[in-house]
Ligand binder design. Structure first.
Ligand SMILES: Cc1cc2nc3c(=O)[nH]c(=O)nc-3n(C[C@H](O)[C@H](O)[C@H](O)COP(=O)(O)O)c2cc1C
Length: 404
């Protein structure tokens, strides 16, 4: 998986800088091409010629240093990078990253990246435990940056505590786990399983030409359907107002409203092994449908629309479940994880896939997504920003683990 992959190490000023030499070697042996950027403080610990020699590339340390022919060196490096590893990461660089600061080569390049970033912190236990550091780590994690927990053990200061730079193997394995493209053999258990997926966004008509809807494009549901089908599942897709080409080998049921979608789900659910509710359905619909186009009124500038709740499809399946694995999506604009957790508890789902649809580069309509997968009594699984096909594979991998 590392063959010809471009990895940039961002090295900041902590005692553990010397350990990164070995770490870089490990990734090189695995086939990756490495470049290095260092802070001025990092160079107090190990000189840049060490990293220049092992990476066989100039080491960048200064925004205005002309070591490369690129017009804007930090953007050139950011664009070259497939994966960024900040190691060792000081409390200082995490604070800068959490706040979007860009005041030297390392922090500016980090801000210019649009690829996965892994942070491997190392510091004194009290610096680690400091409320500001913990706050910054939380912010980074919320921004889908993977922050590895340091080890507990003897520190440079002569006492023990959490903050040690983990071993080479631990870091390598962690990074492999966080970044691996899903091995399709992991999805082999899908072969012959019946998978029912909803996709798109429903429409609730106010009159014959107007409706209430949402921005869902259906791309996530279609990606799930395609990946499941490619791995041998028998897929039925209930598609609500999606403008994408119909994937080959998949049965598609076209619907428009929540009620139509609910009906189709009820019919298909009994015989399914996995049900994934990726469609964005309207929670409310107009109480009265007006059978002609509503005209502007001469009497009043306002028009009041009375709404009523629609069927809660996931909840309605609670009592009908036999063997099915039930997966819901939580598209939220605020308090993502708390809202997703509430959904997991109240809807009777096995898995909730939470995504923040307030960010324009992921979620509705975008090619990419970044999600957190929640399950009962399990650690949340964060999937960093990636193409929806990759996200689909990760979600299906979690589902497959539950298939008997
Ligand atoms: C001897 C020594 C060791 C240090 N070790 C660490 C460390 O392990 N982790 C850390 O966060 N800061 C450590 N610091 C503090 C950082 O070097 C300091 O916060 C610096 O401003 C970080 O700059 P940088 O993030 O730009 O590299 C150490 C400082 C000294 C003098």
């Amino acid at each position: 998986m590392w063959k010809n992959k471009h990895i940039t190490f961002f090295i900041t000023g902590g005692i553990a800088v010397y350990k990164v030499v070995e770490l870089i070697r490990t990734f090189q042996k695995a086939g990756a091409e490495i470049r290095v950027a260092m802070t001025k403080t990092a160079m107090q610990f190990v000189g840049k010629s060490t990293f220049q020699t092992i990476s066989k590339h100039p080491v960048q340390t200064d925004l205005f240093d002309q070591t490369t022919s690129a017009a804007v060196a930090h953007v050139e490096l950011a664009d070259w990078t497939d994966l960024a590893i900040v190691a060792p990461a000081t409390a200082n660089i995490m604070s800068k990253m959490a706040n979007g600061m860009a005041d030297d080569f390392v922090s500016t390049t980090l801000l210019a990246l649009s690829v996965p970033v892994i942070v491997v912190p190392a510091m004194n236990v009290h610096m680690w435990n400091n409320a500001a550091t913990q706050r910054n780590i939380q912010t980074l994690r919320n921004d889908n940056i993977q922050v590895m927990d340091p080890d507990n053990g003897p520190l440079a200061e002569g006492y023990s505590g959490k903050g040690r730079f983990p071993s080479n193997d631990e870091i390598f394995n962690y990074i492999v786990e966080q970044t691996e493209d899903v091995d399709n053999s992991k999805l082999a258990k899908l072969r012959g399983k019946k998978v029912l997926i909803t996709a798109g966004g429903t429409r609730e008509y106010i009159d014959p030409v107007r409706y209430i809807s949402n921005k869902s494009s259906g791309k996530m549901g279609y990606a799930l359907a395609k990946v499941a089908q490619e791995n041998g599942a028998v897929v039925t897709l209930i598609s609500a107002n999606v403008k994408l080409p119909i994937p080959a080998g998949i049965d598609v049921i076209q619907v428009e409203t929540v009620e139509e979608l609910a009906q189709a789900v009820q019919t298909q659910f009994v015989s399914t092994d996995v049900f994934i509710m990726a469609a964005a359905v309207s929670d409310y619909r107009p109480v009265h449908f007006v059978d002609h186009k509503i005209k502007k009124s001469a009497d009043s500038a306002n028009l009041t629309l009375e709404l009523e709740e629609t069927t809660d499809i996931l909840k309605s399946l609670k009592s009908r479940r036999t063997k099915q694995i039930v997966v819901g999506f939580a598209a939220e604009t605020n308090d993502l994880l708390n809202n997703a957790k509430k959904k997991l508890d109240s809807k009777g789902a096995d898995i909730i896939v939470a995504n923040d649809v307030s960010q324009s580069d992921i979620g509705f309509g975008s090619e990419d997504n970044a999600v957190t997968i929640l399950q009962h009594n399990a650690t949340n699984i964060k999937v960093a920003k990636a193409n929806k096909q990759i996200i689909a594979k990760k979600v299906l991998e979690v589902i497959v683990k539950r298939l008997s």
